[in-house]
Design a protein around this ligand. Structure first.
Ligand code: TRP
Length: 351
């Protein structure tokens, strides 16, 4: 069989997925599925670096799986799995931690930001987060890692760790390349359009979730912040609110920005908002409907994830075995019944 390049990527189940996840991740994952061997992971181990409610984490993990499928991830083609189902992630993470300098982790922009945000809980896991991410990637010998620009620094660390390991212990890991999605993939907050739309934003009106009902979409677009001015002209610098709505309209309809300007020439923001609302409702409808259908069948989702974990683990185990061997860990011989172990020899034999 021909070898396709390997892709690994993941999303944390730390909130409901937004339209930003669709444009920045899921949409690209779906189009990479046929030409690549893909591993798509729900990064629950990463999520606990900030406090999670257990019941909610469990529910979000299953929801995230349902949304991956509803957006077009095909479990026949790709391996869909939950990070904590594959223990090799934490195992490799320890090995890599022993090769990482404290300074390398403390320099990470995301660590600095998150430790400022969660001042009362700056835990060691938050610090070591990029090492676990490196383990995720290197375990699968990934060639390409689709990530948002905010994860580029973590990928740089991953590459350094792979090269360091290969240098000390002999070539073991493939050194992965980042795959940064094309521009226009970044969706901004509907309330503060200079900030990225975030699933954990406390203001619900700032975020379009993939599962939003038509009523929620209507309300959020109605309340979306626009800028002063009247014409529908794309200008990210000076009119970030309007420009963000235009990008959303582009996503929902496939029309180019130039065509959108044409369409609303002579009209104003209100017309754009009205058309955008209807376009978004229709665009998100099939995703939401498929999501709701899958949600009613958690047995199916669970067995799919079990199968995914098995396939993921088969690959992860190969890498970890090689790593342990290269590091000089004593191989574990199979235990054979009836063979005497030297230690418990003669002296105690007659007890
Ligand atoms: N850190 C990533 C994020 O928050 C999620 C993630 C975890 C990931 N492990 C990964 C992404 C491995 C790509 C590859 O967006």
């Amino acid at each position: 069989m021909e070898q396709r390049p390997v892709i690994l990527s993941g999303i944390q189940p730390s909130g409901r997925l937004t339209i930003g996840h669709y444009t920045g991740a899921l949409r690209n994952w779906v189009s990479l599925q046929q030409s690549h061997e893909c591993y798509f992971m729900i990064a629950d181990l990463h999520a606990i670096t900030v406090r999670q409610d257990p019941a909610e984490l469990r529910q979000r993990t299953l929801e995230t799986a349902a949304l991956f499928l509803a957006c077009g991830i095909d479990p026949q083609q790709s391996v869909l799995f939950v990070q904590s189902h594959v223990p090799e992630h934490t195992q490799l993470s320890w090995v890599l931690a022993c090769l990482t300098g404290m300074g390398e982790c403390s320099r990470m922009t995301q660590f600095k930001e998150k430790s400022a945000q969660h001042r009362h809980n700056v835990n060691v896991g938050l610090f070591a987060y990029p090492i676990l991410m490196a383990a995720d990637i290197l375990l699968y010998q990934a060639d390409l890692v689709p990530v948002g620009a905010d994860q580029k620094q973590h990928l740089e660390l991953t590459r350094n760790l792979a090269e360091r390991f290969n240098h000390y212990y002999g070539t073991t890991f493939r050194v992965p390349e980042p795959y940064i999605p094309p521009l226009g993939a970044k969706i901004m907050s509907l309330q503060e359009p200079r900030k990225k739309m975030s699933k954990s934003d406390p203001n619900e009106n700032a975020v379009l979730f993939l599962t939003d009902s038509p009523e929620a979409i209507r309300r959020k677009i109605r309340r979306a912040v626009t800028d002063s001015g009247r014409e529908v002209r794309y200008d990210e610098q000076n009119r970030p609110g309007l420009s963000n709505l235009m990008v959303l309209y582009h996503i929902a309809t496939g029309k180019s920005i130039a065509d959108i300007e044409q369409e609303f020439a002579g009209a104003g923001y209100a017309e754009l908002k009205a058309a955008l609302t209807e376009a978004l409702i229709e665009f998100l409808r099939p995703i939401r409907e498929e999501f709701e259908r899958l949600q009613r069948d958690s047995g199916y989702l669970l067995s799919l994830l079990a199968h995914g974990a098995e396939r993921a683990r088969a690959r992860a185990q190969q890498t970890l075995r090689l790593v342990y061997d290269r590091m000089g860990f004593l191989p574990q011989a199979p235990y054979v019944e009836g063979v005497r172990i030297a230690m418990e020899d003669s002296s105690h034999a007659d007890l």
